[in-house]
Design a protein around this ligand. Structure first.
Ligand SMILES: [Zn+2]
Length: 582
């Protein structure tokens, strides 16, 4: 492609409303333009990169044995009512009524396709002989984002690869899940992304076992907990810590238990200000209602309770924060003055709570707190539990190493769904004994736009994007320095045609512009391999070749220019291939 014949609107300035590198770079390099909040148009350069990512995803899905389908984005709302997801999605589900003849039809724009595909399969599959199989599609999804932000990282409309496996038993489900997991590792490696599979909760989609695929990135919205010593990694909701239950029998003498007036002081920060203490000195007491019964959950003042862990420790199906009335019932005080001493409900404490000597907590009386609170003497615990979010330096649950918290961008997820959708939508099969069972499902998603955004978020320098060869909109950019120089243009054009004939994606910057201007744009759009053809070089019989990530160009003889380019591309492809897992 000749630059003068394409549309690459590069920008010098950093757009004011673009906060993160990927957003800034995708706008500046002319990959995308915003239509409205949460909706972006892909321009030719951006769309070429997106299509390359899509092609890799498709190849790996097919390699893993999945079959491609294409389902309607427009879906009847009653499917979402049958699975309960109309309420679960709430405002995120874009739905509306349209007029058809004399009636209104209520429709939704698909946020994912579990409903549509399960409904389809319920009509197509009858017997175990038809199973297992995995279907996938690459299609636009819609979610009404309350806060679309970070450019294309969080949008209301995005390209997603979603796959669904259909199995008769857990062994088949595990095989499908493992095949998808392996395919995902290959996809991200081929896209040149540093990725991390992390253990995850299944979230509102239902089911139990799941992994998220994260790209560690400073601006990532998700928090990843990972071990420095082993391969343990989990998202914040899921991550265990290796802390152990504390020996509470030892007890502590400590300071005298003292009730101090704290009028109107209800938050940890306010108490610390008033009593000149650190949050680590405080016991945070949260009143929950678990399966209808109140429970006081204790964590250290500087820690965050993790509701998933609390629910698992209690083996509870439902867990919610207590309302003001329930809090008054068990503490005898308004919200903000709860504490373990004399509270009228069972206690569930995090490991770290029992380590606090002379703690400060609410006194279960309005406008008062206790100081000098010590476990065993002032309140009793049977055991302590892992109830809080992991933090930097916590011990690993699997090895002797320590945990660290890093930010990441979620680029994919794999879920063992189970029978939630097949049960609610009647997708059954009969086994060899003519017995009927719901089909066991898995679902597997990849945000294709996020692959592009994650590359721009993690592979750049002060001058622009540094594309991996596999995803780059073009592989080679040829820069003739002076287009008025006939020799320069004829050599540049010859390379351009030779490389194109060899199947290389080539961009030639044939604009009438100063060399410095072209170099700046070349760095910004980040095409991996650059060839510069200049009048002076030609007189010395040379052209310059340079990788985007290389500091200085190599001078090579004009005659071997094209061979040199092809050679370098082949070597780079081999290097990338070596990093792809089986
Ligand atoms: Zn470890």
């Amino acid at each position: 492609m000749r630059w003068t014949q394409t549309l690459i609107p590069t920008m010098k300035e950093v757009p004011a409303d673009a906060e993160v590198p990927s957003h800034q770079l995708m706008l500046r390099a002319g990959l995308v333009r915003q239509l409205m909040a949460g909706a972006y148009s892909y321009l030719p350069l951006g769309y070429r990169a997106l299509r390359k990512a899509e092609a890799i995803v498709r190849e790996e899905m097919e390699r893993a044995g999945a079959l491609e389908v294409h389902l309607p984005a427009l879906q009847p709302i009653d499917l979402f009512e049958k699975t309960g997801r109309k309420d679960a999605f709430g405002n995120v589900l874009i739905n509306f009524e349209v007029r058809r003849g004399d009636r209104n039809v209520h429709l939704a724009l698909g946020p994912t396709h579990e409903e549509v595909i399960t409904d389809l399969i319920s009509k197509l599959v009858t017997t175990y002989r038809q199973l297992p199989f995995t279907l996938f599609q690459i299609q636009t999804k819609f979610r009404n984002e309350e806060r679309p932000r970070f450019g294309v990282l969080r949008t209301s409309e995005f390209l997603m690869k979603d796959a669904y496996s259909f199995s008769t038993d857990v062994e088949q489900l595990d095989a499908a899940y493992n095949a998808m997991y392996a395919a995902y590792c290959r996809i991200y490696a081929r896209c040149g992304l540093e990725y991390l599979p992390v253990e995850a909760e299944s979230g509102p989609i239902g089911g139990d076992a799941s992994h998220e695929f994260m790209v560690p990135a400073g601006n990532g919205e998700d928090q990843i907990v990972r071990c420095s010593g082993c391969s343990y990694a989990a998202n914040m909701e899921r991550a265990d810590t290796g802390r152990q239950s504390v020996d509470i029998s030892a007890g502590a003498d400590g300071a005298t238990l003292t009730k101090v007036p704290t009028p109107g002081v209800t938050t940890i920060d306010q108490v610390c200000d008033l009593l000149h203490c650190d949050p680590q000195q405080m016991i945070k007491t949260l009143i929950y209602v678990a399966d209808g019964k109140p429970i006081a959950v204790l964590v250290r003042g500087d820690h965050e309770a993790n509701e998933g862990k609390v629910r698992r420790a209690l083996n509870a199906t439902s867990l919610e924060l207590a309302d003001e009335v329930s809090i008054l019932e068990v503490t005898g005080a308004p919200v903000g003055f709860a504490g373990p001493v004399g509270i009228r409900c069972p206690l569930l404490a995090d490991h770290d709570v029992a380590h606090i000597r002379d703690a400060i907590t609410g006194a279960n009386a309005a406008d008062s707190h206790y100081t000098g609170v010590n476990v065993r003497r002032d309140y009793d615990l049977d055991a302590t539990h892992d109830l809080r979010n992991a933090s930097d330096g916590d011990p690993c649950p699997r090895c002797e190493g320590t945990l660290e918290i890093v930010h990441g961008i979620e680029v994919g997820h794999v879920f063992k769904l189970g029978t939630k959708y097949s049960t609610s939508l009647g997708a059954d099969y009969v086994d060899e004994n003519e017995k009927r069972h719901p089909i066991i499902m898995g679902c597997y998603g990849i945000g294709v736009n996020r692959i592009i955004a994650s590359i721009c978020e993690t592979r750049y320098d002060e001058n622009g994007i540094v594309w991996p060869l596999s995803i780059a909109p073009y592989e080679v950019e040829i820069i003739p320095l002076n287009i008025a120089d006939e020799d320069v243009m004829s050599v540049a054009t010859r390379f351009y045609e030779e490389l194109q004939a060899a199947g290389v994606d080539v961009l030639m910057d044939d604009r009438k512009a100063r060399p410095g201007f072209k170099f700046k744009d070349a760095d910004l759009i980040g095409i991996p391999l650059r060839m510069v053809v200049g009048g002076k070089g030609l007189k010395a019989g040379q052209v310059e070749i340079k990788w985007r990530w290389q500091d200085n160009a190599d001078k090579v003889p004009v005659d071997s220019g094209a061979a040199e380019i092809l050679n370098r591309l082949a070597t780079q492809r081999e290097t990338m291939a070596a990093s792809i897992p089986d």
